[in-house]
Design a protein around this ligand. Structure first.
Ligand SMILES: Cc1cc2nc3c(=O)[nH]c(=O)nc-3n(C[C@H](O)[C@H](O)[C@H](O)COP(=O)(O)O)c2cc1C
Length: 243
């Protein structure tokens, strides 16, 4: 990825170039670029055009406070995101996610039993892999909870995913790298406190954003993707489906 602006890349190129970035350069991201990205990204679809997303775009001192706050919180308690992470991963999902985890540790040269360095890596994740900016995506607690205690309306999270993907693809055209992270919202009380947001807002996802450090081998890893035939059946076409 280049740092120069190259907005003329095609959507297909952006999709192929986007990858989760896990090492960033400290170079600040100009507000204007983030503004342009969000200006376009907001055209995402959503349930009944509800557009349930809200963004906190953060850099500099407040981001430093969030990163420090996450470090302190993680020393005291387990992560506690507003939307529960899955408790179980049925196959084949478990194998796939384990493979990513294993590969990351292998590239970083961290042994499975090395709890100190694994903790360091977890902290890197929570602290956005050095990204100088973040877009925290949040929504209304009442809309998501529907009067219950557990999130029972998944659709605002789905809609937030739509706009998040727009942001990540548009970022590529600005020479910026991103990673979507549940870990970035794993201590939402820290976020609410630093950002001055009420309890009525729930954090869905954090996007780390910045110029990628392509010298770091972690960013040269490309996650494997299933071939089309592995997850697609075709109906009504003249050529019969293979499955
Ligand atoms: C909802 C969501 C949450 C994620 N949370 C994390 C995270 O907390 N830490 C992390 O390292 N990657 C996280 N990722 C990135 C995935 O690991 C990554 O998208 C996946 O391995 C595929 O790689 P790719 O993005 O390079 O295609 C998350 C992705 C999504 C969509």
């Amino acid at each position: 990825m280049q740092t120069e602006r190259h907005l003329d890349i095609t959507l297909v190129e952006a999709i192929h170039q986007r990858q989760s970035i896990r090492a960033f350069r400290p170079t600040p991201v100009p507000k204007q670029r983030l503004m342009e990205i969000i200006e376009t990204a907001r055209h995402a679809p959503s349930w009944g055009n509800t557009q349930p997303w809200e963004f906190a775009v953060v850099t500099g001192e407040p981001l430093a406070r969030i990163k420090k706050g996450f470090e302190l919180a993680s020393e005291k308690s387990n992560w506690n995101p507003d939307i529960n992470p899955p408790e179980n991963f049925p196959e084949p999902y478990d194998t796939r996610r384990r493979e990513i985890g294993r590969k990351m540790l292998e590239i970083k040269g961290i042994a499975r039993e090395d709890t100190v360095r694994r903790r360091w890596w977890a902290l890197q994740t929570m602290q956005l892999f050095g990204a100088p900016a973040a877009i925290y995506i949040y929504t209304d607690r009442g809309y998501m909870l529907q009067g219950r205690t557990e999130p029972s309306n998944i659709w605002p999270a789905f809609d937030c995913g739509m706009v998040a993907q727009n942001i990540m693809l548009l970022a590529v055209g600005h020479g910026l790298g991103t990673i979507a992270e549940i870990r970035a919202v794993s201590y939402p009380n820290v976020l609410r406190e630093v950002l001055g947001l009420p309890d009525s807002k729930v954090f869905v996802l954090g996007l780390a954003i910045g110029y990628p450090d392509m010298g770091d081998p972690i960013n040269r890893y490309r996650s494997p993707k299933e071939p089309v035939d592995a997850f697609t059946k075709w109906y009504g076409f003249s050529e019969p489906s293979k499955r």
